[in-house]
Write a protein that binds this ligand. Structure first.
Ligand code: HEC
Length: 272
């Protein structure tokens, strides 16, 4: 082999992947315009912008540092690449009380404004793109169960249903605590020490995160967010834990996209 062909080979083997995997996607995606709603079908004309709330920026940084993206994706794949949309709760839900069918695939704009797009390396754990929504669904389910167990009627005398907030108020401190549920998961995904969550997670390979917790004295009535008692001390989440949980709870990639991008057959309803 001559030196010349060697260098051509070198350029081809590094240059081509660079071109195809970095330069072309960068060129095409950096100037993508946000999709706009159309007046006829969406009855609005602004641009699609996902909204977020919570400690998304520092929570996302901790998510990156801890390598959560090694096992968790945040992408509902297009239907030609997987059956994601049909998995209840993954890309939205089939029967949302207010919006109808909210299922859809993830799009590039869902990550706009974020410093890191945690699309994920593999899917050893469940996709977390809509974890925030699944958590709210679980909260409603658990609260209704608790209300029935406590003999609280879910309907008023005129047969109208109680709102979520009314059920929470009626349950008081028996209401489902979303943050605590996630704290407990992060502390011990296998449920060691809190069998109240059931034993179905015995096999979990999600990482335990003792680095997210600190021990404080066990005084008075105890901290409302303590995940365990160890050697007479309460184990409570530290600030990093609160930030990452706030971030996880903000994960909702089901914003109402323009008509043309919706999955649902009942398109008009989902866009509202
Ligand atoms: C080694 C792979 C792996 C890593 C790394 C990992 N997880 Fe998991 N995770 C899993 C698996 C598997 C499950 C499903 C079993 C379960 O629920 O415990 C899961 C479940 C979860 C769930 C519950 C999801 C649901 O829909 O109920 C959350 C939340 C979660 N992980 C967050 C995290 C966070 C935050 C990190 C980083 C600190 C992380 N995981 C790192 C594998 C992993």
């Amino acid at each position: 082999m001559t030196v010349k062909t060697f260098f051509y080979g070198l350029i081809a083997s590094f240059g081509l992947p660079w071109l195809v995997m970095l330069a072309v996607p960068f060129g095409t995606m950096r100037s993508m315009e946000a999709p706009s709603y159309d007046e006829v079908n969406d009855e609005r004309t602004d641009l699609y912008q996902p909204t977020r709330s919570g400690r998304t920026e520092n929570g996302s940084l901790i998510y990156a540092q801890e390598g959560c993206a090694m096992c968790h994706s945040q992408v509902t794949r297009p239907t030609y690449a997987g059956m994601d949309v049909f998995r209840e709760g993954q890309g939205g839900t089939k029967k949302d009380a207010e919006r109808g069918d909210t299922r859809r695939i993830t799009n590039a704009w869902d990550f706009s404004g974020e410093n890191r797009a945690h699309i994920g390396e593999s899917r050893i754990g469940p996709d977390l793109g809509n974890f925030g929504n699944r958590l709210v669904a679980l909260e409603n389910e658990e609260n209704e169960k608790a209300a029935i167990a406590m003999g609280i009627a879910l309907e008023r005398e005129d047969k109208s249903k109680l709102t979520k907030q009314e059920i929470i108020d009626a349950l008081g401190d028996k209401a489902f605590n979303k943050e605590l549920y996630v704290y407990k998961h992060l502390y011990s995904p296998r449920n060691e020490g809190h069998e109240d969550r059931g034993q179905e997670n015995e096999w979990s390979v999600c990482q335990a995160n003792p680095q997210f917790f600190k021990k404080i004295g066990n005084f008075g009535q105890g901290a409302s967010d303590a995940v365990a008692i160890k050697c007479g001390k309460q184990v409570v989440p530290n600030d990093n834990c609160r930030a990452i949980v706030s971030y996880l709870m903000s994960l909702k990639k089901d914003g109402a996209v323009p008509y043309a991008m919706q999955y649902s057959k009942d398109k008009k309803k989902a866009g509202k």
